[in-house]
Design a binder for this molecule. Structure first.
Ligand code: PNS
Length: 170
């Protein structure tokens, strides 16, 4: 039986921290589906789901068993549909724990057929988040230490355009 894992997240945009988790998951499972999902507790995403998909596709092109999909609905419904055995999430410092613990337990009640597997974030990515990357890019800072090199330009251009639109408005 092929063991499928789903790696859900906002990926707005994908960072080296995400890529590290996706890469390590691809070594543990036969197939990994990176699932661009909506976090209803976060404000509107900066990148469209299609843009996020293109960026992840570029950054994971070298990983044969990784595919990308977009979810508009409940994670557990998708996991059940594709018969995944695991939901893989990266766990950073203590700040992530309570929220991730709550989601894992809730998902288990909604669907008991898959386990949430936490991979500890590598030490160098412990502090990294998409929102920090966006803050730096917004003020024209260097985001190259934080995002995959192949999509650096894509992210910078897109966020600069966003800032241009904001400046034009005010
Ligand atoms: O990268 P994030 O924002 O921490 O990821 C959270 C995400 C998108 C995985 C979570 O919000 C999610 O699973 N959204 C899909 C909708 C859903 O199933 N929500 C219930 C979670 S208990």
């Amino acid at each position: 039986m092929r063991r499928i894992a789903v790696c859900p997240g906002s990926f707005d945009p994908v960072t080296l921290g995400h890529l590290d988790i996706i890469t390590r998951a691809s070594m543990l499972f036969d197939k990994v589906i990176v699932l661009i999902s909506t976090n209803a507790t976060k404000k509107e995403a900066s990148f469209t789901a299609t843009e996020r998909m293109l960026m992840i596709a570029e950054a994971t092109a070298h990983l044969d068993n990784v595919v990308i999909d977009i979810l508009d609905g409940l994670l557990v419904d998708y996991v059940k549909r594709v018969q995944a055995v695991a939901i893989v999430k990266g766990l950073r410092a203590v700040s992530d724990f309570e929220y991730e613990f709550q989601m894992a337990l809730t998902n288990k009640v909604l669907y008991a057929g898959a386990e949430t597997v936490f991979l500890t974030t590598s030490q160098e990515n412990m502090y990294l988040s998409s929102s920090v990357v966006k803050q730096i890019a917004y003020f024209n800072g260097d985001i190259s230490p934080f995002v995959p090199a192949c999509i650096l330009e894509m992210i910078q251009q897109r966020l600069m355009k966003e800032r241009g639109a904001f400046d034009d408005e005010y």
